[in-house]
Design a binder for this molecule. Structure first.
Ligand SMILES: Nc1ncnc2c1ncn2[C@@H]1O[C@H](COP(=O)(O)OP(=O)(O)O)[C@@H](O)[C@H]1O
Ligand SMILES: [Mg+2]
Length: 403
């Protein structure tokens, strides 16, 4: 019997559209001789839809029409069986659309990539491809991620985190930032991606603008030194806690100072609209970004970055495929880990192809790692026989259960 793989995409995230591209591209490469692939679209309101057209990229130019001819579903867990069930249910006939064996989230951004969706799927008892709740959550929070990495000896830029509460006294906040950092600094919303809400500041006036922008997108922001003479290098890692390998390195080429949303997804995609991956998608997604592969770095630097990437992946407890982004300060030749993307755009397949790993093989490996983790999970004891509830009486004046 084929494994029933539900590929989830979209969702309540600023990177909703990018996820549609990444997921539909991947769906085109999943081996249909091994898997029954069920594309599951999550609306911006996190409602779930399935149907014949849900996996077709060209349908997403008119989403209301697409939803009109598709089926809204909910997840139902009954014992060990997980199903997608029509909602609202029809009075007569079968409402179970399909059962699901494994969930493959290809989603980007807060609310979906950050452990939220992974946790929801885990409560259903489904094996979930990729990072678990904790590594997803830590990977999404730029401050927590850097703190954990720094504690494990992986070089990151010194950074500080501020909240809306600090922003209420904006003059005080500016003074605190100026006492910790020299200009230029960079302001980032704590938990977004795709360069949304990120701005560099080279003086007080532009700092105020950058703070306004950052706090528009998040209740918390991160401040760090802006590297003036920057080279960016990304490297993907595939594996789990036992064994992980690094991919080829890429060097994104930016047209702006900050590698923008347009650079990442729009600029390079022009002219590639037809065909795309395996003739099934309309866009190449992250693979269309202007980039150099392999990156223009020495072999020593390549080795160093690939090792740091694997160390960071392991240290954060990641699994599946992640992309880890580095910044080289060209004035000092120092390398800093900038961020980890636990569900990278296009699943970083284009970084594996140069090493001879085809996209379908990459997807197979991700699924195999998940099945292995699921087998291991079944060996762990999660219930514990206890008589603690026997004879319990909750009365007034009780000190509570923790004693
Ligand atoms: N400390 C920094 N100095 C200089 N440029 C930076 C710095 N941090 C980020 N950038 C630029 O901003 C871009 C987006 O920042 P990043 O931390 O990767 O956030 P995102 O999660 O939005 O991708 C980077 O790709 C880089 O071009
Ligand atoms: Mg980035």
């Amino acid at each position: 019997m084929k494994l029933k793989v539900a590929v989830l995409f979209g969702g309540k995230s600023t990177e909703h559209e990018i996820s549609i591209i990444s997921a539909i591209q991947a769906i085109g490469y999943l081996d249909t001789s091994k898997y029954d692939v069920i594309p599951v679209y999550m609306t911006k309101n996190n409602d779930y839809y399935v149907g014949e057209d849900i996996g077709k990229i060209e349908e997403y130019t008119h989403i209301p029409q697409l939803l009109g001819k598709s089926t809204k579903v909910i997840w139902v867990k009954d014992g060990d069986k997980v199903s997608l069930v029509r909602y609202p249910q029809k009075k007569f006939g079968n409402n179970v659309i399909t059962t699901v064996d494994i969930a493959f989230p290809i989603v980007h951004g807060t609310n979906v990539e950050d452990g939220t969706l992974q946790g929801f799927l885990a409560t259903l008892g489904l094996p979930v491809v990729g990072c678990d709740v904790l590594s997803s959550a830590v990977g999404m929070n730029k401050y927590v991620m850097k703190t954990v990495l720094r504690d494990n000896g992986i070089p990151v830029l010194d950074c500080k985190c501020y909240t809306w509460k600090d922003y209420e006294d904006v003059d005080g906040l500016v003074a605190r930032i100026e006492s910790s950092f020299n200009y230029p600094v960079i302001i980032k919303p704590l938990n977004l991606g795709s360069s949304i809400g990120i701005k560099k500041a080279s003086d007080r006036e532009s700092l105020l603008e950058a703070l306004d922008l950052g706090f528009e997108f998040s209740r918390k922001i991160l401040v760090e030194r802006a590297i003036k003479n920057l080279k960016e290098i990304n490297c993907s890692v595939l594996g789990d806690y036992e064994s992980a390998q690094a991919s080829e390195c890429e060097q994104p080429v930016n047209s702006d100072e900050i590698l923008s949303f347009e650079d990442k997804y729009i600029g390079g995609a022009k002219g590639s609209a037809k065909g795309g991956a395996k003739e099934t998608t309309g866009s190449k997604g992250m693979a269309s970004l202007k980039r150099k592969i392999p990156a223009d770095i020495t072999s020593e630097m390549r080795d160093k970055i690939r090792k740091m990437a694997v160390d960071a992946f392991t240290c954060l407890g990641c699994s599946g495929v992640s992309r880890i982004d580095f910044m080289i300060d060209m004035d000092t030749n120092e390398v800093y880990l900038n961020e980890i993307n636990t569900i990278p755009g296009s699943l970083s397949f284009y970084l594996w192809e140069p090493l001879g790993v085809k996209y379908n093989t990459l997807l197979d490996k991700m699924i195999d790692l998940t099945l292995k983790a699921d087998r291991e999970n079944h060996k762990v004891v999660y219930s514990f026989e206890t008589n603690v509830l026997e004879g319990v009486k909750l009365g007034g004046g009780s000190k509570g259960s923790k004693g």
